[in-house]
Design a protein around this ligand. Structure first.
Ligand SMILES: Cc1ncc(C[n+]2csc(CCOP(=O)(O)OP(=O)(O)O)c2C)c(N)n1
Ligand SMILES: [Mg+2]
Length: 544
């Protein structure tokens, strides 16, 4: 048995059902021999985004695995791994490497050297017998502690060498760590003494599937709840205590409660300072619960810290709250009323855009109609970089967990397509949608061909305004002199040419019928691109 075949066997024992990859890497052929479905993409970056979504949308239960060739394949994969690192997604990456006698000779690309800063675990296997230990370490790192990519580089001659002896490989375990009980007691005192507590959920709540605990804590404290973009859908946004998600854009009720809070409890969150997250006000007492001590007290100075898995943290906090709180404090009705009043004002302000009947179409109207046409509980939707993110994230009301893939610690245009494809692979019964702009499709659009060929029927909603609208303000001179923010294309035609269902929609009355036709096509197994011709909208929901 060759080393590549032994690796395929290890992947099987790790529960890998499909390998996404790009040739040439002998692991691909070996996986096919071992009955692991091989999915070949059109470029490495999209394949990495797909396996990223597999890991995300299964809350880390299934680790997505990607393999590519040494040299160009590995060089071209950098963006996909960097995006997974930025957003803390656990994937296993298996690049080929130059043969051992050439590994360290200039200019041969070394994954071991170059991926150190975008992985949590990065190693190179130099002996055939070392393969099982390396694969075990990679899966162990992906499943445990802070989720992030793990990479193992296999020089091509190692992959093609004979594997010595018997393969005794067992799947890596997944375990959790819990918080300091003394700190939990302190935190609960602070939470119970707070007059206006606010809960802020990050993506740690998703990975821990701590949804019931988060809801119970909110209801016991009678406190409003918001999330980061990554945490979006961790709390039902239709709940009377929900403020919706934070990001570059957010609701008016969220702004109001964020700035009125006296205690902010961040759960499963890094409190990273980013343009694509809430700007945390100075003044409140901060409590941070995070899995990774490296994120503790990092950018927002905190008063109390809890380190551990979000579910274990919340279990411990809840036990203490239940014991201390003899009866409900009777604040919920008042808090819910205050939220509802701000929400009504917010909706009234945005209503003209959300139901706009003009042409070109308003992107807000497209998103609003989309949200009211799909079965939200059985849909997974993701945004892209650019205005579509800021247009959809405050207004898309998630009713069920893991129905939205929010992202943006780094914001690579074109990420959304691979995410929707990976989500569909992991959840074939769900409608998987990516909403993006015409600049975004320029990066990864060719992988519609993969969606058609590999029968991954996603629904792609393209907001085509023939422009990088988000850059209009910062590129005014370049736009006027050289039309530098203009872009062009007929993407419905493009999608059709690749075997997908493509429609260009210009009439407001056609939005909903086109979405319905699109959903029907996905149910019949065809990927769909709906190209809505929209105005160059630049206004987003922010408040000062
Ligand atoms: C790989 C990459 N390069 C550059 C950017 C910076 N960037 C963010 S949005 C954007 C333009 C977005 O245009 P489009 O997708 O058409 O959305 P619009 O704002 O027009 O609705 C650019 C250049 C980025 N996010 N990713
Ligand atoms: Mg655009």
């Amino acid at each position: 048995m060759k080393v590549a075949r032994a690796i395929a066997e290890m992947l099987k024992r790790e529960g890998v059902k499909f390998l996404v990859g790009y040739p040439v890497n002998p692991i691909i052929e070996a996986c096919a021999e071992a009955d692991i479905r091989t999915i070949i993409v059109r470029q490495e970056r999209t394949g990495l985004h797909m396996v990223d979504a597999v890991s995300r949308t299964t809350c880390g239960d299934t680790i997505g695995v990607f393999a590519m060739q040494h040299g160009p394949g590995t060089e071209n994969a950098f963006g996909g791994v960097a995006q997974a690192y930025g957003d803390s997604v656990p994937i296993v990456v298996l690049p080929g490497g130059y043969p051992r006698d050439k590994t360290n000779v200039d200019p041969n690309f070394s994954a071991l050297l170059n991926f150190q800063h975008v992985t949590k675990w990065c190693e190179q296997v130099t002996l055939p017998q070392a393969a099982p230990d390396a694969i075990r370490r990679a899966f162990t790192q992906a499943r445990n502690g802070r989720p992030r990519p793990a990479l193992v580089e296999f020089p091509i001659d190692v992959l093609n060498a004979e594997f010595p002896g018997e393969l005794n490989y067992r799947a890596a375990p997944r375990t959790r760590s819990g918080p300091d009980p003394v700190a939990v007691k302190e935190v609960v005192k602070v939470l119970l003494a707070a007059k206006r507590p606010l809960l802020y959920a990050g993506q740690g709540v998703h990975y821990a599937r701590a949804y019931p605990q988060l809801r119970e804590l909110a209801e016991l404290l009678e406190a409003p709840v918001t999330t980061s973009l990554q945490g979006k859908s961790a709390f039902p946004e239709s709940h009377p205590l929900s403020l919706g998600s934070g990001g570059r854009s957010y609701s008016k009720q969220l702004h109001h409660f964020l700035h009125a809070a006296d205690v902010i409890f961040g759960i499963g969150c890094s409190f990273s300072v980013t343009n694509y997250g809430l700007s945390m006000p100075k003044g409140p007492v901060y409590i941070q619960a995070t899995l990774d001590p490296l994120d503790l007290n990092k950018e927002v100075p905190i008063d109390h810290g809890l380190v551990g898995d979000a579910a274990l943290v919340l279990d411990a906090v809840l036990a203490e709250v239940r014991a201390s709180l003899k009866k409900p404090r009777g604040r919920q009705a008042e808090v819910a009323k205050e939220i509802a009043a701000r929400k009504a004002e917010w909706m009234a302000e945005w209503q003209p855009k959300l139901v706009n009947a003009g042409k070109p179409l308003s992107p807000y109207r497209v998103i609003w109609d989309l949200m009211h046409t799909v079965d939200r509980a059985n849909t997974i939707v993701t945004h892209d970089a650019g205005s579509p993110r800021d247009q959809i994230s405050p207004f898309w009301e998630c009713t069920h967990p893991m129905t939205y893939i929010g992202w943006g610690k780094t914001t690579q245009l074109g990420y959304g397509l691979g995410l929707a494809m990976g989500a569909k692979l992991a959840h074939p019964d769900k409608l998987c949608i990516n909403v993006w702009g015409d600049a975004a499709i320029g990066f990864t659009g060719m992988d519609f061909e993969t969606a058609a060929r590999e029968r991954i029927p996603i629904l792609s909603v393209l907001l085509n305004n023939f422009s990088m609208a988000i850059e209009l303000k910062v590129m005014a001179v370049a736009t006027e002199k050289y039309r530098s923010t203009d872009i062009s294309g007929h993407y419905a035609d493009f999608a059709r040419s690749l075997g997908c269902h493509g429609e260009r929609i210009t009439e407001p009355g056609e939005i909903v019928p086109a979405i319905r036709r699109g959903i029907a096509q996905t149910q019949a197994g065809k990927p769909v691109l709906l190209e809505f011709i929209t105005d160059k909208e630049t206004e987003i929901s922010t408040y000062k």
